[in-house]
Design a protein around this ligand. Sequence first.
Ligand SMILES: *Cc1c(COP(=O)(O)O)cnc(C)c1O
Ligand code: SF4
Length: 340
Amino acid sequence: MQENMIIAAQQASAQASLSWQQQLSQAIRDPLALCQRLGLSDHWLPGARAGGQLFEICVPEAYLARIAANAPNDPLLRQVLPVSDETLTPQGYVTDPLEEAEHRPAKGLIHKYAGRVLLIASPNCAINCRYCFRRHFPYSDNSPSRAQWQEALDYLRADTTLHEAILSGGDPLAANDRQLAWLVEQLESIPHLKRLRLHTRLPVVIPDRVDDALLGWLAGTRLQKVVVLHINHANEIDQAVVDACSRLKQAGATLLNQSVLLRRVNDSVDTLATLSERLFDAGILPYYLHVLDPVQGAAHFDVSDDEARELVTQLREHLPGFLMPRLVREIPGQGSKTPL
Ligand SMILES: *Cc1c(COP(=O)(O)O)cnc(C)c1O
Ligand code: SF4
């Protein structure tokens, strides 16, 4: 334990001088390395290997540093460590739960809801979350180059009912700032677009991602800016994350958070209440609490609808209304997220 903490401290200081790209390229992707780094017993290795074959492990050091050593039930560890349950194939858990393949009018563009479209700005993420619906998704087919964006941009220009462009992924901030600055410049030249929204986990996973290059294009655009972070547990919010959030706010962004309700990660009233409080301390408002998408390999994270409703009912007795996330599910074919 002691030794592990010393290693963690050394690793953290070694990371301090690295760019976010270097931190990402040095992320742990190997089951054995992950178990050793966290002092986990060999018991976890076969599961980590089996799950990791289905969906690669990816955890950067900045995130690992927030995980306790030798603690298999750590709520952050459960989000990143593959386990043998991932190989199960229970009925109803599928590979494309959102049926997004049907809503792609142009390469890299998903238009399901009125007034807003989603642009797949990067196929990559800085972390591989075990519960993610994209664990089976062929994202490499959907990350357009500059020339290929023209079709999506033409679509946006032609539809004057669109007011908001949402950069998504993968994680849009896994793209480099030159590309993102170019894309945002294209978007802001479309007169009927008012808002730019980013759905990203990168400022949480590698807070150094929020650097001057990012802040430059973000602060510089005429578009109103909303950044929807993805944080599931209060332990994910350390001082570096708080600082990254305050830089985003200084650049003019409104900060919101979405979480996924996950078995043995955040499925208790206390955990959810603490999360909301800690979010607000960091200048972030809770937005959505999603129930799990029924994706193959993630059934062990499922919380039943009844239990989810009961949790949220109790949570309301602990929190002011503005710290209550909306409990929703995504149902294919619906024109919005569906409240539970
Ligand atoms: C979730 C989602 C949005 C955004 O929905 P909001 O309710 O505005 O947050 C937009 N497009 C797609 C395809 C989505 O899945
Ligand atoms: S899309 Fe979001 S939830 Fe899925 S792996 Fe990437 S960061 Fe995690």
